[in-house]
Unconditional design. Structure first.
Ligand SMILES: [Zn+2]
Length: 495
């Protein structure tokens, strides 16, 4: 069992048939499915919808789109310097955990070691999920714009990108921020749960799902993956997507099938032929992506402790490594579970941004976790903001508003607190499934998909709303769209 992490590279290597259920270039459905009770054209109809999919045949896409879109506009317009102040408060909380971790990392006593590991882990995790994530999406671009009196410190184009210094100052982690921007802000968000989504868990773990091993062993494998997924999966895979984006800008062709294959660490380091296809190799990858963080975080950061003795230095190296494991697990629990489960839909074709279909997919293919706002069991409304809401959301890395985040990726953290009850009400009015569950229940559902015990829910192309169908010409077009959104704010930039 202890060897399982070593087996994982083999287990999780891209599989030639990894495309699985997808039909990347299937033409858009020419019409919507008629309600199942229609008899006239019965022979032409797809099979009747299951009860839990019935909403898909009756959704009034234009009306639904109008309400969601207007909510996004209202939220964007209401953002102010309060949002930047709230961001700074969350940065302060995150840094406080960092200070706690750094101040105690020299110790090998059990209590101080625990404090150090929790402090360092929470610092790293929240720096990624709350701060790097929302700033890189442009959540504060308009409020912190230097042309309008802002500092520019929290604008997408200045934060963490452009130099190793800025990366180290703003968001130092295993992933290269520029690569994250391509993989996450562009591909994952605008092709959510379709074949072009690089984070499609069901496809990425196709081999794990189908390999004939005892299921309990596969669950152990999921645990091992959780402990190392950021450097094992995210760092190399985001870099591959960055390289593909550069290649496509240069007019080179990269097939969709190749682009979708997960590029894990063993491939990046030990498969030079595969790596060369994307203009990289072990030296380039270590130099640009993982090397600076590996060296600075684990060996240079604790170096001053050598003045006091080697045992303090090595205690710190150990605590930093253990904190990295915990941070991987924490982030896996709140991120890998966002779009996975047998109640999350997957799609065959693309749709245009900010159409009714785009909003519908953002909602039906995302799960929210516990939020502090909303309605109590006795029917009274909870406060939207405040200390309790912020504490809850902080430890969820603000990923408990995943539905709202996918509808309006360029909003602030404060806006998501305001958005959730309103979006939920719109969904209830239109019968669109809005899933909100405890994060550990979602973890179980995610692990079930990873080991092949359950599968994502297919959204039949025949149910699609044809006017929203869209085909991305290439990466350049997608990037132009994302840039436009970030400059103008969510919902303002019409596709
Ligand atoms: Zn995002």
């Amino acid at each position: 069992m202890l060897l399982l992490p070593l087996l994982l590279p083999a287990l999780l290597r891209p599989h030639p048939s990894a495309a699985g259920w997808t039909r990347p270039h299937a033409p858009p459905a020419p019409r919507r499915a008629l309600p199942p009770h229609s008899v006239a054209a019965a022979s032409l109809l797809p099979p009747p919808l299951a009860a839990r999919d019935a909403w898909a045949a009756t959704l009034d896409y234009p009306a639904f789109r109008k309400e969601v879109h207007e909510l996004g506009l209202r939220l964007a317009e209401a953002q102010s310097l309060d949002d930047v102040r709230h961001l700074k408060k969350m940065i302060l909380w995150s840094n406080a955990f960092g200070v706690l971790g750094l101040a105690t990392m020299w110790s090998s006593s059990p209590l101080l070691r625990l404090l150090s590991i929790v402090g360092l882990s929470t610092w790293t995790c929240t720096r990624w999920t709350m701060i790097g994530h929302h700033i890189s999406h442009g959540g504060y671009n308009r409020q912190d714009d230097p042309k309008k009196g802002g500092s520019g410190r929290f604008c997408t184009y200045r934060f963490a990108v452009g130099s190793v210094y800025r990366r180290a100052r703003d968001w130092f982690d295993w992933m290269l921020p520029e690569a994250w921007n391509v993989e996450h802000n562009n591909l994952h968000h605008y092709r959510l749960s379709e074949s072009g989504d690089p984070d499609l868990v069901e496809r990425n773990l196709d081999l794990m799902r189908t390999i004939p091993l005892p299921r309990w062993l596969k669950y152990v494998g999921v645990g091992a993956l959780a402990a190392m997924w950021k450097w094992y999966y995210y760092a190399p895979n985001t870099y591959k997507q960055l390289k593909i984006s550069e290649m496509r800008k240069d007019g080179k062709t990269v097939s969709e099938a190749e682009a979708h294959e997960p590029f894990t660490l063993p491939v990046a380091l030990f498969d030079p032929v595969e790596a060369k296809k994307y203009g990289t190799g072990p030296v380039d990858f270590m130099k640009k992506v993982m090397g600076p963080f590996l060296l600075a975080r684990f060996f240079l950061l604790p170096a001053p402790l050598l003045l006091f003795g080697a045992r303090f230095y090595w205690a710190a190296v150990t605590n930093l490594a253990l904190a990295d494991v915990l941070s991987n697990i924490h982030s896996f629990i709140i991120i890998a579970t966002n779009h996975c489960g047998d109640d999350m839909y997957k799609f065959d074709n693309s749709c245009a941004p900010r159409t009714g279909s785009f909003y519908m997919r953002a909602i039906t293919s995302s799960a929210n976790f516990r939020t502090s706002n909303g309605v109590r069991a006795d029917g009274t409304a909870r406060k939207l903001h405040g200390f309790r809401a912020d504490v809850n959301d902080f430890f969820h890395g603000w990923l408990n508003y995943q539905i709202e985040h996918h509808c309006f990726p360029q909003l602030s953290m404060l806006s998501y607190q305001k958005a959730a009850p309103q979006l939920r009400a719109i969904c209830e009015n239109h019968g669109v499934p809005y899933v909100q569950q405890n994060v550990f229940r979602r973890l179980k559902k995610t692990a079930d998909v990873m080991v092949g015990a359950s599968s994502m829910r297919p959204f039949d192309p025949a149910w699609e709303y044809a006017p929203d169908a869209f085909t991305w010409a290439d990466q350049k077009q997608l990037e132009a769209q994302v840039l436009k959104d970030q400059l103008e704010g969510t919902s303002k930039a019409v596709a």
